[in-house]
Design a protein around this ligand. Structure first.
Ligand SMILES: [Zn+2]
Length: 400
């Protein structure tokens, strides 16, 4: 059988022994034909380590088809793929350090999440397993010459792309929003598309901490910002609940910072996560569902540390009807705010409807309305509503 593929029945002696005998008889490969349609893995047995040719197991159903064609003169030719973009010319993913780091990352995230007694806490729909794995690729292949805004692809070697190529994800990783502007809403049910967004947030955090505490390629330097980040991400996995979603993951990293660093990086972490849509009021919904999330781009109130005002107006303005305005004032400072002066402009062609304000204004002119508020406690929120009406048509310009 020199130069041929041996088709061998399953049963009686070990798989490895069958393959070894076929190899000694000159076969270039072995196909074991099962007597059932069950798929099993083959053990090498006593002779397995001596086998140098490939050996495959196929089910009875598949084997019956091959047998039929063999009896009808089947000739099999094996050759290298040509012009096949999906399978580049003999590139082996095992030679891509990023691929190995990614797969190793699955082992880490599965084992750390949910505590030491289980390795099955990442089976839910919103879990970020692919995200931790791509993060592992980025940190294991980081070099001092490449910075956060630089383009980082995953699997570039495997697809025959250059180091600065896009790679196999939807967009390359970068802290630069003009290179990758994905946020929480861009997750979808495909696990890698979901993981990309988690990797982005972790990669942003890695560089934000490196910018603050310095970067050192030596993993043993615990004071370098990049290594502080790696420790936070690792400890976050240990602290998060079984079946985590993105907000659980963010909270666990905040918790890890409290445990590891006394919470000195809380606002940095909040700011980083808020930029990708995981802000203070962001919601993950069910961690076993994708598509029920709510983004928020605002950091934690105490990290903002200032007064904020939002203004809402009627979306549809009806002829002859007044226009409603709503001002929401929030004291996001760490302490009380005194003598606050709120000034709002009255649009040209409109005038304030006397008595319409939910809080009496201190002064009203043709162009502005002013409230004086004695004080607001830290985190206090206040809503002021008022109305304007259109002036006589001859005087109207752009009211509303
Ligand atoms: Zn993966």
């Amino acid at each position: 059988m020199s130069g041929k593929i041996a088709l061998i029945e399953r049963g009686i002696c070990e798989f490895g022994t069958k393959a070894y005998y076929a190899q000694n008889a000159g076969a270039i490969a072995v196909i074991i034909c099962s007597h059932t349609d069950e798929n099993i893995g083959m053990d090498g047995g006593v002779d397995g380590s001596k086998v140098r040719i490939p050996a495959y197991y196929i089910t009875k159903k598949e084997c019956d088809r091959i047998r039929f064609y063999v009896e009808n003169g089947l000739v099999v030719t094996i050759k290298k793929p040509e012009n096949n973009l999906a399978v580049p010319d003999s590139l082996d993913g095992d030679f891509d350090n990023g691929v190995i780091a990614h797969e190793y990352g699955h082992g880490v995230s599965n084992r750390l999440t949910g505590g030491p007694s289980t390795a099955s806490c990442l089976g839910n729909a919103e879990q970020m397993g692919e995200g931790w794995s791509d993060f592992m690729t980025l940190i294991m292949s980081a070099v001092p010459s490449r910075k956060g805004p630089d383009v980082r692809g995953i699997g570039n070697y495997v697809v025959g792309a250059k180091v600065d190529g896009t790679g196999i994800r939807r967009k390359p990783y970068s802290t630069d929003m003009s290179v990758n502007n994905f946020t929480y809403k861009n997750i979808d049910a495909e696990v890698h598309n979901l993981g990309e967004i988690w990797t982005l947030a972790l990669w942003d955090l890695y560089w934000a901490l490196a910018d603050k505490y310095g970067y050192d390629p030596d993993f043993k330097n615990k004071n370098a910002g990049n290594n502080i980040c790696i420790q936070l991400v690792m400890d976050g996995m240990k602290l998060q609940p079984c079946f985590p979603g993105f907000i659980d993951g963010r909270n666990a990293i905040l918790k890890a910072d409290e445990v590891n660093n006394g919470g000195v990086n809380q606002c940095l972490i909040w700011d980083v996560f808020a930029r990708r849509g995981f802000g203070y009021t962001a919601k993950q919904g069910s961690s076993d569902m994708v598509g029920d999330e709510t983004e928020d781009f605002e950091s934690a109130p105490l990290c903002i540390n200032q007064l904020k005002m939002n203004k809402k107006a009627d979306f549809i303005v009806k002829a002859g009807q007044p226009i409603n305005y709503e001002l929401t004032l929030r004291n996001l400072r760490r302490d009380v705010a005194n003598t606050i002066r709120v000034v709002d402009e009255i649009p040209a062609g409109c005038s304030y409807v006397n008595g319409s304000a939910s809080l009496s204004p201190s002064t009203v002119s043709a162009t502005e309305i002013v409230w004086e508020i004695p004080s607001m406690a830290s985190l206090e929120q206040m809503v002021i509503k008022y109305q304007v009406s259109r002036l006589h048509p001859a005087l109207q310009t752009h009211c509303g």
